[in-house]
Design a protein around this ligand. Sequence first.
Ligand SMILES: [Zn+2]
Length: 93
Amino acid sequence: MKCSDFLKELSDYLDNNMDATTKAELEEHLQWCHNCYVVCNTTKSTIEIYRGSELYELPDELRGRLQKAIVSKCECHKRETQSPETPDPKPEK
Ligand SMILES: [Zn+2]
């Protein structure tokens, strides 16, 4: 499962609105993908806040922003592993 697939299923996962197979796949993804793990937790607590204020649905706009953030993070991470970027501000000596 890719991060984009995970994100597509995330809201159903949090609503517990899916079959056991898909759920197992998502949980497996969470075990190795820290980015999605963070997004999952963030989204979960966001939903809880909204539920607290009687707004059940996560606004599309917010969901879109979360998804964009995680996808760019994952892509960024891939790039980093290919060509490691060493933040090395040359000391002026
Ligand atoms: Zn992921």
